[in-house]
Design a protein around this ligand. Structure first.
Ligand code: COA
Length: 139
């Protein structure tokens, strides 16, 4: 059974492991040093964390990371997490959701959830790797 919710305090370690395993970094840890408010959305499948997203906000609302464990992909976990992020942004009164992704990242996945490319940033992910700033306007 898939359940999407806000991370519980006892799940912090599992989320950090998931981010390192999937992304090689932990945006949850990195954003703890930033002057932003944040929440972590977790997707549990039969009680196990299958994926997570760190969202943060001050003047704009951003999905700082999205990661789904490989064995749980292609079954709607990423989609369910994204929808929960939109719900949180709306509850907080934001009319748009932002994210950054490498141009060779899951751009089509984000497009299929209504994001469009707002700008290209050269070398955002290191020499020669262009990043895309994408935005989804909430109606
Ligand atoms: C991107 C990601 C979160 C999607 O999670 P998911 O649970 O598989 O997503 P869903 O099941 O809701 O949707 C799957 C669909 O999204 C699309 N999709 C997923 N990853 C994609 C990619 N890298 N490029 C293009 N389309 C992609 C495909 O249409 C896919 O359908 P398919 O499996 O039938 O081909 C997951 O693949 C992931 O964690 N990737 C590695 C980490 C990552 O790239 N994070 C984003 C950093 S900016």
């Amino acid at each position: 059974m898939l359940e999407v919710d806000i991370m519980r305090s006892e799940e912090v370690e599992e989320v950090i492991h998931l981010e390192y395993d999937v992304l090689g970094v932990s945006p949850f840890v990195a954003t703890s040093l930033l002057p932003v408010k944040r929440k972590v959305v977790v997707a549990r499948v039969d009680g196990v964390i299958a994926g997570c997203a760190t969202v943060c906000w001050n003047d704009h609302f951003e999905i700082a990371s999205l990661a789904v464990r490989e064995e749980y992909r292609s079954s709607g976990v990423g989609a369910a997490i994204i929808e929960k992020c939109f719900e949180i942004a709306k509850e907080l009164g934001f009319d748009s959701v932002w994210l950054e992704t490498p141009e060779n990242g899951p751009v089509e996945f984000y497009r299929s959830h209504g994001f469009c490319v707002e700008s290209h940033v050269r070398n955002m992910y290191g020499e020669g790797v262009t990043g895309l700033k994408m935005v989804r306007y909430l109606s």
